[in-house]
Design a protein around this ligand. Structure first.
Ligand code: MG
Ligand code: ZN
Length: 360
């Protein structure tokens, strides 16, 4: 009897392990800390005095970031490589380096296949990283053209800054009204976004860029992350693809400002925590956290864990070529280890979401 029940227990354990291993990926949350190399993350952890959520992820890999025309990428080329699997020249959004062909992003494919899609960022929604998921423009500075691409993208939820590119334009069009005609709620604060029952939302929370954490951004990014995940998960049998960006870690890097970097990285990690909590409850959600490149050539030349201080040195006011870490959690997470190129994300995600075969 005793042997038998032990045996039954073993079978049970084996079945549940097998079931776990086969957990399908229904949702992907792709999180980009712009300019967040290893030093940025470890500085944030040292300052916080406790382990960052991203350092608790079970799988870690390394990603090369060079662009088609430069050893050191910018966010436009890196965003295009990460989203679309194609290396292009610095400055280009979603177009091949010969400027002849539009690339196709994982978000565009997900939308075609009936998944819900969302973007949440702490820069303007037209900035290079988010734009790489839905826009096709030869220059990242073409914010008004990129805003027009968002209108055509059919994205479900997009939240960030940049209201002026929609409502105060050289062509005098009011894109917010055009978005409303397409069934969106265009809102100007997170409260409105939370309160609407509409699942199609464009949130333009500032005229231009959003404030920094040390100004008064509060927990906008973690809140936006939770809002997007909860809205898109509701009555959704097809799943979703969501991109969340800690956009301003990069700006702290350009400014060689240690405190700016630390504040923005901790804020981004708080958003990562929201994503992981969702994924733990859901069981079919893959969370990928990475960077598009490192910014500042930041090194931790000294510091003290007990006193929670770091002594940062910077080698440049620009980006660097150093490969960036990728941290993954959830079903399929084991596919992002080792050393690989940033163009490999797209196919891995398409395969894990089974988008090759899925029909609308
Ligand atoms: Mg960015
Ligand atoms: Zn940058």
């Amino acid at each position: 009897m005793k042997i038998r029940s032990t045996f039954t227990l073993l079978i049970f354990a084996a079945i549940s392990i097998a079931a776990n291993a086969q957990n399908k990926v229904k949702n992907v949350i792709f999180m980009i800390g712009d300019g967040m190399g290893l030093s940025q993350a470890y500085a944030a952890q040292t300052h916080k005095g406790e382990q960052l959520t991203l350092f608790q992820f079970p799988y870690v890999g390394l990603v090369s970031t060079y662009s088609a025309n430069n050893y050191i990428t910018d966010s436009a080329a890196a965003g295009t490589a990460i989203s679309s699997g194609v290396k292009t020249n610095n400055g280009i959004i979603g177009i091949t380096p010969d400027s002849l062909h539009h690339t196709v992003s994982v978000m565009e494919i997900a939308k075609q296949k009936g998944l819900a899609t969302g973007i949440g960022v702490t820069c303007t929604v037209t900035h290079a990283t988010p734009a790489a998921y839905y826009a096709h423009q030869i220059n990242r500075g073409m914010n008004e053209e990129i805003a027009s691409d968002l209108l055509l993208s059919n994205i479900d939820i997009c939240i960030g800054g940049g209201r002026n590119y929609f409502e105060d334009r050289t062509d005098k069009k009011n894109l917010s009204n055009l978005l409303r005609e397409r069934g969106y709620d265009v809102v100007y604060n997170l409260e409105e976004a939370t309160n609407t029952s509409n699942k199609r939302i464009i949130g333009l929370l500032a005229d231009g860029e959003l404030p920094t954490i040390s100004e008064n951004r509060g927990n906008m990014l973690p809140q936006t992350t939770g809002l997007i995940l909860n809205k898109l998960d509701k009555d959704n049998k097809n799943g979703f693809f969501v991109m969340i960006e800690g956009s301003q870690i990069d700006w702290g890097g350009h400014a060689n400002n240690e405190q700016y970097i630390i504040n923005e990285t901790i804020d981004f990690d708080n958003a990562v925590k929201i994503a992981v909590d969702f994924a733990k409850k859901d069981g079919n959600t893959l969370v990928i956290v990475t960077a598009d490149h490192e910014t500042g050539g930041m090194t931790l030349a000294g510091g003290n864990i007990e006193n929670k201080i770091v002594d940062s040195k910077f080698s440049t006011g620009n980006h660097t070529a150093t490969p960036v870490p990728v941290y993954t959690f959830g079903p399929g997470a084991e596919n992002f280890t080792g050393y690989f190129d940033n163009t490999e994300f797209k196919d891995k995600i398409i395969h894990l979401l089974d988008l090759e075969s899925k029909r609308r």
